[in-house]
Design a binder for this molecule. Structure first.
Ligand code: FAD
Ligand code: SIN
Length: 535
């Protein structure tokens, strides 16, 4: 028997939860699938806040202009304008759910500033904005009678009409649509089939393609890999945003030191204690992220140092504890009192600007498949995301997606009553599980060394060769073994790495977050990189 929903949502971050809530409000029966505990998401760790026009000294045109400048020529201006103009309404809905942004007094919100913003416009809840948003949305979703949430449930692959017919009769129909998903119950190891009229991919980004990242462990690009395998094109995957300032430590998961700290006056210093950002950009510490991350990378390479310093000692302890309580505590746990000591910082992989190509209704090229949040590429970010624009994008696109899905289902589209059960691979020799751990490390090291902040064609080709080998090995392993989360994630990480390298090789210029030594200038022609699906 196949489980069935009007709409299935993969992911319980800001995108998945706000979409699920909106869709259920329209009367649809919604299932949310999430691979760990429901709060575990990039959303839950967001610090800086949501960029949205609320103040009398700001306006939509300024926010649009800042976004276009950061995006370095590749933003879709129509998308930028629509998302920015829709922002205040969608943020108000969060406030109506009980979210309380930090205030300076009864009348006014405290507005943060980050790189690339010409105005203070970032609504925040101290430095724990994501946690407050996640809590408010989870509470709304939990209380909704039309929403069921399935934790520890891993979406493996989409079931599509084309693939199904191909398996049944060997020939594929011209028309395609999504019919449901195969999911792994992580706690029991059982694979279930779930049918749906529409599927929303809200599975977030892919920070764990790299060994050093600000992202929690869920960020393994599963949705992008799934969509691509289902025949949906992906776009602009070369644009990986490295956050300039994460707390230097030997661990892979790097704690973020929000850009808002620089917004409140923190200075970057080299190992001799000298400032250097003004040699790279007139906006100095508050230049867009690509510029700051590249400058730090260049300074570290010049001096051979493992980190640089961030200095906010100009502010006193009481202020820092109030404005940045989680950063203050995390640094103190490492013996760093940020009101007295400089913070050792390094860049780390942070955000994926590319992803599954969608229009403003969150529709992908596959009927019934929608995508919103970090998994999607709408055209808002172009070649580099403006800080704090992603929570905004997720909220607006989740709303647009809910309206579009409702219309799609009203046309009579529903999930099939029955779908074929999953056929598992033979259980292989458990000794060979070392293949998973070894390949996991090898992949991410290759991505860090050859597809990092500064690239070259030779480095990208080196990465491509290694990824090809890893892909062949893991695909064989995938068909022979019983599926488990670590294997599924590795398969997806390899797929996403392939797509990143393919897009990076297509881009024969340096623009935004993609910098290559072989083409240091911008090309005259503006273009998005697209990887069409292979059959
Ligand atoms: P996520 O919040 O990452 O949620 C993805 C969900 O999908 C998770 O529930 C995950 O478990 C689930 N999932 C993934 N794969 C599967 C699968 N195969 N099966 C089932 N479930 C799956 N942006 C801003 O705008 N402002 C900020 O201040 C800010 N600060 C940030 C700070 C940090 C440390 C980080 C990491 C990011 C920050 N960002 C910020 C970026 C922003 O948080 C994310 O882009 C945004 O939260 C993404 O939301 P999402 O809903 O698309 O994905
Ligand atoms: C930060 O607080 O620096 C992160 C903001 C973002 O990624 O948008």
């Amino acid at each position: 028997m196949t489980d069935s929903f009007d709409v299935l949502v993969i992911g319980s971050g800001i995108a998945g939860l706000s979409f699920a809530y909106k869709t259920a409000q329209l009367g649809l029966k919604v299932g949310i699938i999430t691979k760990k505990q429901q709060a575990e998401s990039n959303t839950n760790y967001a610090q800086g806040g949501i960029a949205v026009v609320t103040s009398a000294t700001d306006d939509f045109d300024l926010h649009v202009r800042d976004t276009l400048i950061a995006g370095d020529g590749l933003c879709d201006e129509n998308v930028v304008r629509q998302i920015i103009e829709e922002g205040p309404k969608r943020v108000k809905e969060l406030i109506d759910l009980g979210l309380e942004f930090s205030r300076i007094n009864e009348e006014s919100y405290s507005l943060g500033k980050e790189g690339g913003h010409s105005r203070r416009r970032i609504l925040h809840v101290a430095d724990m904005t994501g946690k407050a948003i996640e809590t408010a949305l989870l509470s709304a979703v939990e209380q909704h009678p039309l929403i069921d949430t399935f934790e520890h449930t891993f979406a493996i692959d989409l079931i599509t009409l084309r693939k199904l017919k191909q398996l049944e009769s060997g020939s594929a129909p011209a028309d395609d649509r999504v019919l449901g998903i195969y999911v792994l119950d992580v706690l029991t190891g059982e694979v279930r089939t779930v049918s749906a009229g529409a599927v929303m991919l809200a599975s977030g980004g892919a920070g764990h393609v790299y060994p050093f990242t600000s992202n929690p462990s869920i960020a393994t690009g599963d949705g992008i890999a799934m969509a691509y395998r289902a025949g949906v094109p992906v776009e602009n995957m070369e644009f990986i945003q490295f956050h300039p300032t994460t707390l230097y430590s030997s661990s892979e998961k790097r704690f973020l030191i929000s850009e808002a700290v620089r917004g409140e006056g923190a200075l970057l210093r080299d190992l001799s204690g000298d400032r250097f950002m003004d040699q790279y950009d007139e906006r100095a510490e508050l230049a867009p992220r690509d510029i700051v991350a590249r400058a730090i990378d260049a300074e570290m390479k010049k001096s051979g140092s493992t980190h640089l310093w961030l200095d906010i000692t100009e502010k006193d302890e009481a202020y820092l504890k109030g404005r940045f309580p989680s950063i203050f505590a995390a640094c103190l746990a490492q013996g760093i009192n940020i009101s007295k000591d400089w913070i050792p910082v390094v860049p780390a992989a942070h955000y994926l600007c590319g992803g599954v190509a969608t229009n403003l209704d969150a529709e992908t090229s596959l009927p019934g498949l929608y995508a919103c949040g970090e998994v999607a590429c709408t055209g808002l970010h172009g070649a580099n995301r403006l800080a704090s624009n992603s929570l905004l994008e997720a909220l607006v696109m989740a709303n647009n997606g809910a309206v579009a899905v409702d219309e799609f289902l009203k046309k009579g589209n529903s999930g099939p009553e029955d779908l074929p059960a999953w056929v598992d691979g033979e259980v292989g020799d458990p000794d060979e599980r070392v293949v998973i751990t070894h390949n996991w490390e090898e992949l991410r090291k290759a991505m860090w060394d050859y597809v990092g902040i500064v690239r070259s064609t030779k480095r990208l080709r080196r990465a491509q060769k290694r990824i090809e080998n890893l892909s062949a090995e893991i695909n064989e392993f995938y068909w022979d073994f019983k599926v488990e989360p670590r294997l599924l994630e590795l398969r997806n990480l390899i797929q996403v790495s392939e797509l990143i390298v393919e897009c990076a090789l297509q881009r024969k210029e340096s623009r935004g977050l993609h910098y290559t030594l072989d083409y240091p200038d911008k090309a005259d022609q503006l273009r998005n990189t697209i990887v069409p699906p292979r059959d």
